[in-house]
Design a protein around this ligand. Structure first.
Ligand code: FE
Length: 260
């Protein structure tokens, strides 16, 4: 098995799913717990390469026990080398002190946010590594700048082995507690727009920022886009999403409409 081709009805919501697995390299979606009902639902991801692991936006205090228990199905906490955070929002980063205490990993985030982290209770910044605006690398992963979508210092991660792009808040959808699904494919893309549109129009800074991102991402040709909220776009739906975002008017473009 390489890419997950399961239908939404067959997805294991509690325990998570392997989005990609070639035996040596895995990209794991860590599932949703019942604790998330009533709050903004978030996705956490783990990349395992050989014996070592990287966590992507492992989330806030509320979901920490669930994420730890699902991570340890794949890897010992001691083998997590890197933890990456796309931006500074509390649903993304408020768990940093706990992750520092249960792993030996270094934490990577845009250097814009390093001075804000002590407000989440972090006193020792020695394992916090600020990433420059231009991105760079975390191990074998490529860090791609996607600023103003929505945070002014916003970084995302491309895994060159699985060709899955961890997208932060870009492509986020807001589900109700009763209708959640993991995958967006070509047949449910159009209905999925209803769950994304409000968030993207209000939070994404401008169509200029969206088009800059779309150009960069098209050149990477990802097979899946894995956002921090909502569902994972796979195969044909990746291009459908990029086309939709490329034409979206949002943020500063529609300030009249927003402020009225
Ligand atoms: Fe956010």
């Amino acid at each position: 098995m390489e890419y997950c081709t399961k239908s939404n009805a067959d997805v294991d919501i509690e325990n998570g799913e392997l989005l990609y697995d070639d035996g040596e390299h895995k990209f794991v979606w860590l599932g949703w717990g019942r604790l998330e009902d009533g709050l903004i639902q978030t996705n956490q991801y783990l990349i395992v390469h050989g014996k070592k692991g990287t966590l992507l936006d492992p989330g806030g205090i509320h979901i920490f026990p669930k994420v730890v228990s699902n991570v340890t199905k794949y890897i010992d906490l001691d083998d997590i080398e890197y933890i990456f955070f796309s931006h500074q929002d509390p649903d993304v980063s408020s768990g940093i002190p706990m992750w520092l205490s249960v792993t030996n990993a270094n934490v990577y985030i845009s250097e814009l946010w390093v001075r804000f982290l002590p407000h989440f209770g972090i006193t020792d910044l020695s394992r916090i590594k600020g990433l420059p605006d231009s991105g760079g690398r975390v191990g074998e992963l490529e860090v791609i700048p996607a600023h103003f979508l929505h945070a002014p210092g916003n970084l995302i991660v491309f895994d060159p082995i699985s060709k899955i792009l961890f997208n932060g808040d870009i492509g986020a959808a807001v589900f109700s507690d009763t209708n959640k699904y993991l995958f967006v494919d070509k047949d449910n893309f159009n209905s999925h727009i209803n769950l994304m549109e409000g968030f993207h129009k209000r939070y994404m800074a401008s169509s200029n920022a969206c088009r800059y991102y779309v150009n960069k991402i098209r050149s990477l040709a990802p097979k899946m886009l894995a956002p921090q909220h909502g569902a994972v776009f796979r195969f044909e739906a990746v291009d459908m999403f990029l086309n939709w975002l490329n034409n979206l008017k949002c943020g500063a473009d529609i300030i009249d409409e927003i402020s009225r």
